[in-house]
Write a protein that binds this ligand. Sequence first.
Ligand code: MSP
Length: 515
Amino acid sequence: MSNDAKSYYITTPIYYVNDIPHIGHAYTSLACDVMARFKRLDGYDVHFLTGTDEHGQKVEASAEKKGIDPKVFTDEVSQSFRDLAVAMNFSNDDFIRTTEQRHYDACQALWERLLEKGEIYLGSYSGWYAVRDEAFYTEKEVTKDEDGVMRGPMGVEVAWVEEPSYFFKLSAWGDRLLALYDADPDFILPKSRRNEVISFIKGGLMDLSVSRTTFNWGVPVPNDDKHIMYVWLDALTNYITAVGYPDEEKDSYKKFWPADLHMVGKDILRFHTIYWPAFLMAADLPTPKRVFAHGWWTNEGQKISKSLGNVISPYDLVERYGLDQTRYFLLREVPFGNDGDFAHEAMVTRMNSDLANALGNLVQRGLSMITKNCEGKIPESGELSAEDEKLQASVDALLSDVRSELDVQGFSRALERIWRSVSDANIYVDEQAPWALRKTDFKRMETVLFVLTDVYRKLALVLQPYMPESTAKILDLLSVAEEQRSFDNWSDGMKAGTELPKPAGVFPRYVEQDS
Ligand code: MSP
């Protein structure tokens, strides 16, 4: 049997190396990182994969432009994506490069299997090709602009290509793809994307050209070295290479394939929900369990593009606002799946109201009272009041509520839910007013502070996947041991008498610099 119940395999798209990392790349990987961290804390054996897509005409052209060998060029740019993973605190277990030998072996094995099964045949291609998308377009999909330039559906320039080519019999797979989506309504999320794919298939599928002969930068087709593989067949295969294919008996393959989730941007949905499952079904290999397509970011209302010079660098965001603040904002601001706009003002509002005020002050208020009034030790709890129990119930339900949201990649809804409890806790503090109780009912003040420490612990535990560094600081301030920070420890509670370190602010406010 493949995939025992407690394993979880999640992938990012592999990034083209003709570009330096920007907010879009950071966003896709961040979403995966939060899923991976959540599942690990929830007891799963997780395999989180990212990497770089290094072949194709576009990369060959970029290297040529710089006057260097494509391998030297890809070594450099691939490293910048590894660096991004470190800078964003991504917890990937592997980083795959399509120029690795293990990947050549997997691609060639898959090719041979498809050939053996009669799914690939030699013919010749004549049609439109967009180098930027590395995609083929039909006559119906292209239009001529005012300057006479032919463009594909995404506005990208296309060129007429005529060359001998191998084809994959994609046209035969339409009904089986529809049956695949039918069997699991959550195979493609969000739902709107699923409908888009279904109507595309219903429009009819054509056989897909899967080899090129006019350039060399790719995986050679076995036994026909005039051809290299179409870069998307090569790239998609990375997901099985990384777990050990073609060795289907390998433990990692048996454990992790089929993948639980391929996270992608909306622009590459078709490749992941049509081509990829069709290749796999044709090779008689299991299909992934889900493809989720997220939306795109704009910058202060404008489309992000190199020519407009408004590309957002994740490094700049982290430097200006902080790492966890950036991670929080990207997943909180926009319902996951929709397009979103990056605006400085929105970022500052989130950073100051949600993080510094609502959560930061909540923690700071209780902990500094403990330092001042309880000798820095967690106080004893007296009998609980109805208000205490009400707050505890709101916070106790967090873990299962967040789990249900993340099971369908509801990143922002999960955060909204967590902030409902943050707000319940702030109302509780205001109403209980422990600073007043200090004089009138010291025992009751101790109970309120005791209740709060466990609320802080649970908020920090469930927020770990989003903000690993800040939550670690909160858990340190609560003297929660490293090995007691998994979701298994959810109901552990706090121990009266535990000594706490001197509290320190966790979420700084953003102060506008004078220009
Ligand atoms: N190499 C292919 C993927 C192959 S996977 C087998 C590729 N690479 S990419 O580098 O161009 O894009 C990677 C991801 O970045 C895509 O999921 C894409 O949607 C995402 N983004 C690129 N620009 C973006 C925004 N402005 N906003 C959000 N995500 C965007 O495609």
